[in-house]
Ligand binder design. Structure first.
Ligand code: FAD
Length: 569
């Protein structure tokens, strides 16, 4: 067993390796170093500190029993040496040494020995190359200093308008933090044509966008920032985009992160094509005496088989435990990830796992998608809210590829996604989701849980019984093609305005009359069936097929999703 363990990086992965190793090996000499002064904190809590849900920044650095995780804590409680404000500048693999620089001691250098080295250097936020991205009031958010800096600017009353660049998870969380507590007028600018482009398909991403807008966050999509210029002597700024200008006092950059691999690269360790350190299943780098994990590494996507970077604290912690076990002579494997993620957007929960529809196509699958909207509890129970789930499977093999869920009850959304996430790596077929056993009580679910319904819908789609179109595709086609007809099977009162607006393009045949009026369905051109959520329009389609009318498609998610995408409907 290795005696001297040196760990570079002391936020998530580093301390996890150190603490687990100490628990299983009382004799190892464990040293953790970090170039920062603040260590072992919950970076994921930063938006909640900025937004005031976490009142005290120490809360992000404390244990459940309120002990602050500083050097003294690690020394006294864990028997681990932590050295801060020390930068690792070179790894001498042959000598098994790391050259470090003491940043607060005139950059004094020293060589530190190791038997096993762990690289836990994380990732750094990307500052886009446009002019002005380095101005003083253009902030990044990756550590507690950044969080304090942003909060201080707001608390001084200097920020009334903010722009967040990037509608990924951190950008959205920061927009919520700025708007919610501080009432800062906030705009998110995103290059893609949807929010959360790396996580969600557009059908449900728009639900998240509307949630932001409902809370007064302006969302500008398909917009590229060209430059940021200072005005009023640097007190405020103007963002110049491809389509206009926005004035603001603060910019938060949320444009992705890049793995910190300079040390590893210069030491000749293998780096992957996504820019992360390559590790094997035991989390060893190309040098068996050096382990790496967390945001600085690449990991395997267990569905696509491709490598990827996935900067998540949840993965860093799991990997840290595995590294400690292996350093101690054990044999523990990290196979990879299916990419499970969750977040809160005001009072809405968002969770995903696996591949989105477009990601599935990109890696060579021919996917089918089910989009289900259903009450998150028994429909008769008071206060039920709509939950949206998309479930994606490969048409050829019926293998489940991914799931996305959005709804008011964040815990319920996460529970559905976690249940499917646990199965994804095993390549299960859609039938397993149809049969998934879940608990039922009216305050929590329907007797036929939404997750089973999503499985059943996808099963019907794969078997060719359910012919459909997504709301996003329907709206595109409806605007393009004036010959498209929509058969609305809802009650008269719900349909009247649309019939008036669209004339003979919007035809009302209530579901209960479909058996007697099926011969009124236009025989030429594209015909779509619609109801509130997609359930009754599918049932109407079944009736039509039984009567020989086979050319209709029903709109998944129904008017509830169409209205999300286009409030004019
Ligand atoms: C605002 C925000 C919100 C987030 N929310 C979530 C969430 O909700 N869920 C989730 O799963 N994840 C979330 N994350 C991601 C999560 O915080 C990271 O995945 C996790 O911190 C990665 O841990 P790590 O140990 O690999 O790297 P890091 O936490 O980045 O730590 C790396 C450390 O290494 C130090 N270092 C780097 N190079 C050197 C060197 N040469 N010498 C010495 N020290 C060095 C750095 O100073 C740093 O302290 C969030 C991140 C942010 C910023």
């Amino acid at each position: 067993m290795a005696k001297k363990i040196l760990i570079i990086g002391a936020v998530a992965l580093g301390p996890k390796v150190a603490c687990r190793l100490r628990r299983i090996n009382p004799d190892a000499q464990i040293t953790v170093l970090d170039r920062d002064s603040v260590i072992s904190y919950g970076g994921c809590g930063i938006p909640y500190y900025v937004g005031g849900d976490v009142a005290d920044i120490e809360g992000l650095r404390s244990t459940q029993s309120h002990a602050v995780r500083n050097q003294k804590f690690f020394k006294d409680i864990k028997g681990i040496d932590v050295i801060v404000e020390v930068e690792a500048i070179e790894i001498l693999r042959k000598e098994k040494q790391v050259r470090v620089r003491y940043l607060k001691e005139n950059n004094r250098e020293e060589l530190m020995d190791y038997d096993k080295l762990v690289i836990a250097t994380g990732a750094s936020p990307v500052r886009p190359p446009f002019p002005g991205s380095d101005l003083p009031n253009v902030c990044i958010v990756s550590n507690l200093h950044h969080a304090e800096n942003i909060k201080a600017k707001i608390a001084q009353g200097k920020v009334s308008k903010a722009v967040v660049i990037g509608a990924g998870a951190i950008g959205i969380e920061m927009a919520e933090a700025l708007t919610d507590l501080w009432g800062v007028e906030t705009t998110i600018i995103e290059m893609a044509d949807q929010v959360l482009p790396a996580a969600l398909g557009k059908n449900v991403a728009t639900v998240v966008q509307r949630q932001l807008e409902k809370h007064n966050v302006t969302v500008q999509l398909s917009e590229r920032v060209e430059k940021i210029v200072e005005k009023d002597g640097g007190e405020s700024m103007t963002i110049i985009t491809g389509h206009g200008e926005i004035d603001c006092d603060l910019v938060v950059l949320s444009t992705g992160v890049r793995p910190n691999t300079t040390l590893a690269q210069e030491a000749g360790l293998a780096i992957g094509s996504f820019g992360g350190i390559l590790v094997d299943r035991r989390m060893r780098t190309s040098d068996p005496n050096i382990y790496a994990g967390g945001d600085c590494t690449e990991i395997r996507n267990l569905i696509s088989g491709e490598n990827m970077t996935m900067p998540l604290g949840s993965l860093a912690n799991r990997q840290g435990r595995i590294i400690a076990t292996n350093i101690n002579g054990g044999s523990s494997h990290f196979k990879g990830t299916v990419g499970t993620f969750c977040m809160k957007v005001f009072e809405m929960g968002v969770a995903t796992s696996g591949l989105s529809y477009h990601q599935a196509i990109r890696v060579g699958y021919d996917p089918a998608i089910a989009i289900v909207s259903q009450a998150d509890r028994a429909h008769f129970y008071p206060e039920s809210e709509v939950m949206y789930i998309t479930l994606i499977a490969d048409k050829k093999t019926r293998r489940i590829l991914g799931i996305e869920a959005v709804g008011k009850m964040g815990d319920a959304v996460k529970a559905r996604v976690d249940a499917v996430a646990a199965m994804l790596e095993y390549g299960v077929e859609v039938d397993k989701v149809c049969d998934l056993e879940t608990g039922y009580a009216p305050p929590y679910a329907s007797a036929m849980d939404i997750i089973n319904n999503a499985g059943n819908t996808l099963d019907n789609i794969l078997d060719g019984r359910n012919k459909n179109i997504s709301p996003v595709c329907f709206l595109e086609e409806f605007k393009e093609d004036p010959n498209i007809r929509v058969i609305d099977v809802r009650e008269k009162v719900q349909v009247e305005k649309l019939v008036e607006k669209y004339g003979d393009r919007w035809i009302h045949i209530p579901q209960e009359e479909m058996r007697s009026r099926y011969n009124e369905i236009p025989t030429e051109g594209q015909v779509f069936l619609v109801c509130d959520t997609g359930t009754r329009s599918y049932e109407a389609q079944v009736v039509l097929v039984a009567n020989g009318v086979t050319h209709t498609r029903h709109i998944q998610g129904g008017m509830s999703l169409i209205k999300v995408h286009d409030p004019d409907f």
